[in-house]
Ligand binder design. Structure first.
Ligand code: BES
Ligand code: ZN
Length: 457
């Protein structure tokens, strides 16, 4: 079977790629209202490709962008795999940092360069092509349902309600997702935890209008200066977050769990080289890998106020703002953390400032077991296709809806991603290796066989 799968992928690979390129050319940026029609177009494109491979399809309406539903039933007794992915992408701005335009995919050095090449169009499309491969070979051993959404990159707001509504349709035995990383094709891994996210926006107002910084500077507090000190104070000298109660629910890994994590190969020099930085710094007492996966973090994602145009303008601004994200770990809860942030931020503001805080989307941290049939099937598929037993990894990114899937859909979730952390997702020149794409399709196709076998046992 493995050989036939490889042969099918080999002989249809060019078409797989050109279909993916067509999908990438649709700039489905869910965050930008001007791209609305494109987001809908991407949904329809995915639906049509599912229909082509023999799925019964539908666009399920939500309060926002539709869910692409697809179903292929092979038998009433076969296990059902539910595939989740997303057809929306992050904004590509700033365009000038791209070597080639973000929505015109190109192949360079064996990689696809484009927004969505990895996250998640490239990865999601592997799932569809793996199922095509099995369908065409007459060798699909499981029923499959597709749940491809269009709001992942804006926090899956509408999916919250929709998933409860459509829970029956999505009944299944295991959920399979390609939207995370692999250490390397030579060092296969399966993701077992993701961080959650709380996202807040803050605005400080000082004087009721912009002032001449000569007339007033030194006497009147400047919201930009104040915002910087307030943000600075959110972490102490050990880079621990100072918001009261922030660590209350943080799960501290056991020494054994930490030792297991440390087995993952990590090259600090290569890490720094890739970032073009001389050093890193994070919470004291934890390794770089730990800081970016099992420990919470707080980052300014954007900060503005005053004059930022060309040349200089002497102004003491009236307002200053920042967008701040906090990545969360088990068992923190995003609504609790956003609330704690808000209370603290208001408490530390000097009396001269008016504070406004707004909470954006959030999601809870996510963990998945390594003893489920799904996990074992994925491990067996990677072992067979990539030659080594995969290492369980904890990752720092978020897929906010997964915690809710765990509560509502009641099936183990398998995170079988094939992207590299260095693929530049969300940034300029996002790329995805051709090898990752094709080996991914092969491994996913094998997953179905391993899963069907292990389910019988
Ligand atoms: N695919 C990523 C998440 C990811 C990438 C997890 C690599 C692990 C490894 C996903 O599409 C994403 O970017 N999520 C956002 C969620 C946010 C917009 C609510 C994130 O993590 O920033
Ligand atoms: Zn993604």
């Amino acid at each position: 079977m493995h050989t036939r799968i490889k042969e099918y992928i080999e002989s249809h690979g060019e078409r797989f790629l050109s279909e993916l390129f067509d999908l990438i050319r649709i700039p489905s940026v869910s965050a930008q209202p001007a791209r609305r029609d494109d987001v809908l177009k991407a949904a329809e494109y995915v639906r049509a490709r599912l229909e082509e491979i023999g799925a019964e399809t539908e666009l399920l309406p939500t309060d926002g962008f539709p869910l692409v539903y697809g179903k292929i039933e092979v038998s009433a007794t076969a296990p059902t795999v539910v595939v989740y992915g997303h057809y929306d992408v992050q904004p590509a701005e700033p365009f000038e940092l791209w070597q080639t335009p973000p929505f015109e995919p190109v192949l360079r050095d064996g990689k696809i360069y484009a927004r969505g090449a990895n996250d998640d169009k490239g990865q999601m499309y592997m799932q569809i092509k793996a199922v095509e491969t099995l369908v065409r070979l007459g060798a699909l051993p499981c029923n499959v349902k597709f749940l491809i959404e269009g709001e992942e990159e804006i926090g899956s707001a509408s999916l919250d309600a929709a998933i409860k509504k459509y829970a029956d349709r999505y009944a299944g035995d295991v959920m399979l997702i390609s939207d995370t990383s692999i250490i390397h094709l030579n060092t296969p891994s399966l993701t077992v935890s993701l961080r959650g996210l709380a996202y807040v926006e803050v605005e400080l107002t000082g004087p009721c209008r912009d002032l001449h910084s000569g007339h007033y500077g030194g006497a009147v507090e400047n919201p930009c200066n104040v915002l910087c000190s307030m943000i600075h104070s959110l972490r102490d000298e050990n880079y621990r977050i100072t918001i009261p109660g922030f660590y209350d629910d943080v799960y501290e890994l056991t020494a054994e769990e930490r030792a297991k994590l440390a087995e993952r190969p990590f090259d600090r020099t290569e890490y720094l080289r890739n970032l073009d930085m001389a050093d890193t710094r994070g919470e004291s007492g934890y390794s770089i890998l730990e800081q970016a996966s099992i420990r919470p973090s707080l980052d300014v994602n954007g900060i503005w106020g005053g004059y930022t145009g060309e040349g200089s303008k002497t102004v003491l601004p009236s307002k200053a703002s920042a967008k701040i994200s906090m990545r969360l770990v088990p068992h923190q809860r995003h609504d609790d953390i956003a609330e704690k942030f808000k209370k603290h931020f208001e408490a530390i503001a000097p009396p001269s400032m008016k504070v406004k805080t707004t909470t954006h989307h959030g999601g809870n941290p996510f963990m998945t077991p390594t003893d489920s049939t799904g996990y074992r099937a994925a491990a067996a598929a990677l072992k067979e296709c990539l030659g080594k037993e995969p290492i369980p990894t904890r990752e720092g990114g978020s897929i906010p809806i997964l915690a809710l899937f765990n509560e509502v859909l009641n099936m183990p979730i398998v995170l079988m991603g094939f992207g590299y952390d260095t693929d530049g997702i969300h940034g300029p020149n996002e790329h995805y290796g051709l090898d990752n794409f094709f080996r991914g399709i092969e491994s996913i196709a094998m997953f179905y066989h391993k899963y069907a076998e292990l389910s019988k046992a």
